[in-house]
Ligand binder design. Structure first.
Ligand SMILES: Nc1ncnc2c1ncn2[C@@H]1O[C@H](COP(=O)(O)OP(=O)(O)OP(=O)(O)O)[C@@H](O)[C@H]1O
Ligand SMILES: [Mg+2]
Length: 493
């Protein structure tokens, strides 16, 4: 590790009544890989925005290479070599790889026109430096997520980054792609560039980071070499609690809640049968194209089944549309919550009551105080970090937004709830809370179906697991009889 590149002292930031950062100190050295960890809403993105000049701290000092910068703005930050890659990468899909890489430089150097031949050379050179191989003339819209990220990284290289910050860079990458990204980050580190990454996943952090800073509730809880942490301390610092993940054991019951027989949809999946009894949490898993997600879509009527039978509490029901599903009190937490599950610009309250608005009409008028009251109760019950039911969902962190999708559906008293990847991108604390919610629902007699590719999540929370392979049901096993390695083997064998 080299000299101190960036130093933050006693940084505070508030948004109206929300204290997002409370007295954070942080140092970043050249040539180190530093991980910033914290639960959803702990202030990570806010801290990054302070470093990149996008937010001005309410109080505190920023030093770059030893000099105090009184009012850091985004242009200064870039001029000092601070580059941030946000989750959407901010690439232009309709430009080529080379254009995307070189464009930014043209903008920051104030060039009036671009020399495309030169742009291509710059791009190839940047790719060479990080060891990425892409056709510079390909349109970015045709690239995989991982390659778009490479383009974004190349762009920071040609802007002579000294500190590269990546906000959750691995959230949508496969294990293989994570390895490639790590190799690139190590190269950058060896060139003396400081790298700061935001990540929630313990294993990935331990694999790549040298130092670690943990935020909780806007405060810096600890900072140190990764070697000073084990999994237990990490989770304790992150959450402030000892999370004992005990597996879910349902009370035995014969009461049938939900059953499907030989369910299928042409081209999506075929011949799926299972029964959910009171207290059951059924897991559905499989590789990416196995058809696991399509079962959820069918049961919620998004892409309805065209063969087989569905029974709720012993009675055959028909689900041809999402209206049918909602009428039967089936709830669905979709995989892509940002586009399918939430109205981001509306308040927490509007989102929470969205699926059950009817119950708030009292003699023709909406009962505002009941809506407010019940939303406040949900916020409390699901452990959502929010000051009141009023803020727009857009201002919530990812994990907290996810809890609101779940609250929205629970508020309509579902008979069955289907969750597709409910803890993707959610931190350990929120994940623990969501799992606890699922256990409680199942215990109350609500059918719970958990579609997931997180094998430890499935084993800990389900009593049985249905494995999909090549769009067919390959087996239905008892969670207690497998471990992760065995389950992984069953998915791919
Ligand atoms: N522009 C804003 N206006 C109001 N509140 C905000 C704003 N940006 C962030 N907050 C609040 O500040 C707190 C910290 O949010 P931040 O986005 O920094 O968390 P995070 O650690 O990045 O979470 P995640 O892991 O979910 O991305 C949260 O309570 C959030 O609701
Ligand atoms: Mg964030």
């Amino acid at each position: 590790m080299g000299d101190i590149f960036l130093e933050l002292k006693d940084i505070h930031k508030s948004f109206g009544g929300v204290q997002a950062l409370r007295g954070v100190d942080l140092t970043i050295r050249s040539g180190e890989i530093h991980c910033l960890a914290g639960e959803n809403g702990s202030g990570k993105s806010t801290l990054i925005k302070v470093i990149s000049g996008a937010h001005h701290p309410t109080k505190g000092e920023i030093f770059i290479e030893g000099s105090r910068i009184p009012r850091l703005n985004p242009i200064d930050a870039i001029a000092h070599g601070i580059q941030v890659i946000y989750q959407d990468f901010a690439v232009f899909p309709n430009l080529t790889v080379a254009e995307n890489i070189a464009l930014n430089r043209a903008v920051t150097t104030g060039a009036k026109w671009m020399n495309w031949e030169n742009a291509r050379k710059l791009a190839l050179d940047a790719m060479e430096q990080i060891g990425a191989k892409m056709d510079p003339d390909l349109l970015v819209e045709n690239l995989s997520v991982a390659n778009r990220q490479m383009v974004a990284i190349c762009r920071t290289i040609i802007n002579e980054a000294k500190l590269l910050i990546l906000d959750e860079p691995t959230a949508s990458l496969t294990a293989n792609e994570v390895d490639k990204l790590n190799a690139i980050l190590r190269r950058l580190k060896n060139k003396g560039i400081a790298v700061m990454i935001v990540n929630h996943k313990v294993d990935e952090i331990f694999e790549i980071a040298e130092r670690l800073t943990i935020l909780r509730n806007g405060e810096k809880i600890s900072t140190g070499l990764v070697g000073e942490y084990d999994r237990k301390r990490f989770v304790r610092d992150l959450t402030g609690r000892e999370l004992l993940s005990s597996g879910y054991v349902p009370l035995p019951s014969d009461e049938e809640i939900f059953r499907v027989e030989h369910l299928g949809r042409k081209g999506a999946f075929e011949d799926v049968s299972f029964t959910l009894r009171k207290g059951d949490v059924l897991g559905i898993t499989g590789l990416l194209d196995s058809g696991r997600g399509q079962i959820g879509d069918a049961l919620f009527g998004i892409a309805p089944a065209d063969s087989g039978k569905i029974y709720l509490h012993g009675e055959e029901i028909s689900i041809r549309s999402t209206e049918d599903a909602v009428k039967q009190k089936i709830a669905y937490v979709p995989e892509d919550r940002l586009t399918q599950g939430l109205f981001l610009d509306r308040s927490i309250q509007d989102n929470t009551i969205a699926a059950s608005i009817k119950k708030y009409f009292r003699s023709g008028r909406l009962d505002e105080s009941a809506m407010y009251q019940e939303t406040a109760e949900w916020i409390d019950r699901i452990g959502c970090v929010a000051p009141s039911p009023e803020p727009a969902v857009r201002t919530l962190s990812g994990g907290n937004a996810q809890k609101i999708v779940i609250a929205k559906w629970l508020n309509m008293n579902p008979a069955l709830i289907i969750l597709n990847g409910p803890t993707n991108g959610v931190d350990v604390g929120a994940k623990f809370d969501i799992h606890k919610i699922l256990h409680n629902l199942a215990a109350q007699g609500i059918g719970v179906i958990l579609i997931s590719d997180d094998l430890s999540e499935l084993i800990q929370n389900c009593n049985s697991i249905l494995i999909m392979k090549d769009r067919r049901m390959s087996s239905l096993i008892q969670a207690a009889e497998v471990n992760e390695t065995r389950l992984a083997g069953m998915l791919s064998e």
